[in-house]
Design a protein. Structure first.
Length: 259
């Protein structure tokens, strides 16, 4: 059975996570595609910052911020994510039903909500997000069912989507591995992408939480097109060019206000 490009690249990341370094020949044996195709994949993935090319293969980035590790992603740009979460909170109203994906930025928003005296229903595909929110007695937490992965602490697959037939989601807060005005929100994990696409369909408003390091970057698969995104929140205080481009796509651009 032929693999999708995003599925193939996700497999490459999984093998790299296990072995730390792989050759093109090893990848060809594991994945069953030509070495030329894999070289193209590896070059593109290096551009996206997902790995480092070596002679005849690839290795994990030397720094600890390997994008496939949730714990590393959570630590990366933590201050920026906190600013974004504080700004996003201003959009939430009492008694709403909101949806948080399993991203590290949405987890930061959950940490903010945990200590707020606000009555909410929160639907989430993030296990860590659900555990944070259960501490607040005013918040009803609904965890979407599915397959639990050991590296990302997220639910994968669409097994538990039927739960969304019983709730009306006012706002979905989501993030990805990259955002561009041309493509929208993208990610490299095919299974998370499949779930996020369905979650977006079920939500009345989509708010993208994107720290500035992700802007202008694209990953393997699109899960939210520019047409689907209503609001983008970032930590950049001013970016005239981005603001103009987003306005042309009818995306509201919100940046933090500092006192």
């Amino acid at each position: 059975m032929k693999m999708f490009v995003s599925e193939r690249r996700n497999k490459i990341l999984q093998l790299l996570d296990e072995k730390k370094r792989v050759t093109v020949k090893e990848l060809a044996a594991h994945i069953g595609v030509s070495e030329a195709t894999l070289r193209t994949d590896l070059n593109k993935m290096e551009e996206d910052g997902l790995l480092k090319r070596t002679h005849g293969g690839a290795m994990l980035n030397e720094d600890s911020d390997n994008e496939t590790s949730f714990s590393a992603r959570e630590k990366k740009n933590r201050e920026e994510k906190t600013i974004i979460a504080d700004t996003a909170f201003e959009l939430i109203e009492e008694k709403q039903c909101i949806l948080l994906d399993a991203s590290s930025t949405a987890l930061e928003l959950a940490r903010h909500l945990k200590n707020q005296p606000i009555r909410l229903t929160v639907v989430t595909s993030g296990v860590l997000t659900a555990l944070e929110l259960k501490e607040n007695p005013d918040i009803t937490v609904i965890l979407i069912g599915g397959v639990l992965t050991n590296r990302s602490s997220s639910i994968e697959g669409t097994l538990g989507l039927s739960i969304l037939e019983h709730v009306n989601v006012d706002i979905m807060f989501t993030s990805g591995n990259g955002f561009s005005v041309e493509n929208g929100l993208t990610d490299f994990n095919l299974y998370e992408v499949a779930l996020k696409k369905e979650l977006i369909k079920k939500s009345n408003k989509i708010v993208a939480l994107v720290d500035s390091s992700k802007i202008g970057k694209s990953s393997s698969a699109v899960f939210a097109t520019p047409e689907e995104i209503d609001i983008l929140i970032t930590d950049q205080v001013s970016n005239v060019a981005l603001s103009t481009e987003l306005k042309e796509q009818n995306i509201e651009f919100i940046t933090p206000v500092f006192n």
